[in-house]
Write a protein that binds this ligand. Sequence first.
Ligand code: NAD
Length: 487
Amino acid sequence: MKPYTMYINGRFVDAKSGKRMNVINPATEEIIATVPEGDTMDAELAAKAARKAFDSGEWPSLTHQARGRLLFKLAELVRKNKPRLAKLESMNNGKPLIESEFDIDDVATCFEYYGGLATKIYGEVAPVPDNAISLILKEPIGVAAGIIPWNYPLLMAAWKLAPALCAGCTCILKPASVTPLTALELAKLIEEAGFPKGVVNIITGGGATVGMALASSRLVDKIAITGSVATGREIMKTAAETNLKKVTLELGGKSANIFFADSDFEAAIDGALFGIFPNQGEICSAGSRILVEKSMLDKFVNAMVKKTKKIKLGDPLKRDTKMGPLVSLDQYKRVMKYIEIGKREGAKVCCGGQRPKNFKKGYFMEPTIFVKVNNKMRIAQEEIFGPVVTVIPFKDEEEAIRIANDSPYGLAGAVWTRDIFKAFRVVKKVRAGILWVNTMQPTFVEAPWGGYKQSGGGRELSHYGLEEYMQVKQVHINLNEAPIGWY
Ligand code: NAD
């Protein structure tokens, strides 16, 4: 069993308290590693290191080319270590190896993208009257803390670190307590790439301790959280009550995947499943509400059920596995609780709904489809974050849009139809930050990501994601040689 260390100020260290936490493989329920259980003291040490690396100018004053080169180097090291990182991700998170491999490629691409963007940060000149020049400079915000969830552990780390480092910020990253391993491996690659000490600090520990310490630290200028609405709310409140640090929130979702009767049927069934069942349904943008035009409801559900029953559950490390276990016992219990809530509400499980037979160990759960659902039920309003989908019929376009928008969330959505005019009418009316047409889930680092309503605020990825780590300085240069002449 590996005793991992945290990464603070360029050193691999234990928690000051000496405490450690176990890391579990959700497929076997075995302890696979231990990591330091950091607390407020460790968070403050990491914040001090990041503050020093920023204030000394060591990182923000490095040339943009040099910052870019380090990000490229990190991307190269991630690619070189892909087999090892992908395996570790699957062992810690439970996702099938093939999905972890996709994730690791995306991690490298994310570092590459922001490595390239580092040399393309331009300011502007404002069109003020002739007797002045007004320069608009883009400057890094300062010390950026990133708090991430367990569903895409290394990818979420890259989404936080890459734009922040590109902007010239120094960073503290806190991975989720249940999935810290690949982030701690990333720390070793950051060291190997040659980042100056203190520029990136990676600390492990609980949300209520380490996470909260970062949210309340006056040494931190910016905090970006990907997690649940409750955590986002807590962090925003704490940031407001301390030093009003800038906040980016990437929170939950309950996205509508809308199917009109004129869509390509085979592609639609595939898209309904792909919208919810990868990553065990632990996807923020999951199409967890499938809205189907009434005229094809029965045919659609039957086809979905038939295909869903063929999804192969099993050892995440086997190449033919299509679904692994849920990430933890807590998450397994949460999802099972929602199955019971749905049944009590009068919805009907037409596929799955229980632990698969013959699985003695692991937090496995069958892919589950609920029918006889109305959108007011808790299973249609609350984020379950597991392989559970609700099917809701609609009679026409107007009703589909109304149901899609009847949610506190607004992260994503998809619409399936061969009618491009209809697709665009729906896209424009659904209140969500990411909309797909005739597909669901493809995500590109070049395009912005983030939610409307309670799904969050701010954007990640693309140049929009970079802006979240920069602030604007306006510099007015006087060209008027005469005194102002007021007094
Ligand atoms: P969570 O909110 O429980 O935890 C997220 C992170 O916040 C963890 O690192 C946790 O330790 C930390 N944390 C918890 N309480 C804290 C507190 N009081 N102060 C500071 N930090 C705290 O979420 P989770 O269960 O790990 O992840 C699932 C959630 O993440 C879902 O709601 C999902 O939709 C969301 N998510 C959103 C996106 C997106 O891009 N919008 C992506 C992935 C996941």
